[in-house]
Design a binder for this molecule. Sequence first.
Ligand code: DGL
Length: 266
Amino acid sequence: MEKFDAPIGVMDSGVGGISVLRVLRRDMPYENFIFYGDSAHAPYGVKSDDEVTALTDQVFEKLYSYDVKAIVIACNTATSAAADRLRVKYPDRIIVGMEPAVKPAVIESTVKHPKVLVMATASTLHGDRLHRLTARFQDNADIFTLAGPGIVELVEAGKEDSPEMDAYLRDILAPYRLQENGTIENKIDNLVLGCTHFPFAKKAIARTIGYPVTFYDGAYGTSREARSRLAEANLLTHRTTTGTITFYNSDSDQLTLCDRLLALRF
Ligand code: DGL
């Protein structure tokens, strides 16, 4: 097979990265994708950078064994903890990472000096990358952060839109949501979905917040970046028929959920 017709590898700690895969698929419909979810080791977001790097590298090796022409790290946590080191280890490979969409949430905002809530894993929130990113925009916005490990667990359990999700979100979003008595402690304008599991809970998050906010998802920037890196390297496929999507998961019980999440419209 010509290298330009090889598949694109997409990885995540679990099923969350399917929220990125669907955007990649929309932007590059003729490409073949291999999605590897490491659900057996999820969540990554509470592990150390060294542990996440070792796990991400294991997934890279699996994807390279399928001769992928590029890897998209559809995981903010793995990008923050491991991307720099893996780029050093695989210098000749195309590796596209992702970061919480703080930049668009500030510069594309229709609100001047918006209040922005960045939701991500604890690991992403504590990482240098996010600190650098929020520091760049701190004069133009009020930025708040919130971890949501329970969202990752519930999405992995197929409960992205469930009473359990609602109860969990009501608890963690208490300062930001419309209360039963009509008050809001800290009203936000924009909400960054800084973990790829979170877009699956977007409906539940919007319902819990209870007033209009604008959502930002890093998947769109990552997909644009992946497309332009492949185009620069002359590695976009020459096929003109819809490509295939193949799922692998370190926990094979998750494969049915992968198909269901890919088919969701949100
Ligand atoms: N989906 C991942 C992210 O984008 C992390 C979830 C996890 O904690 O494993 O950050």
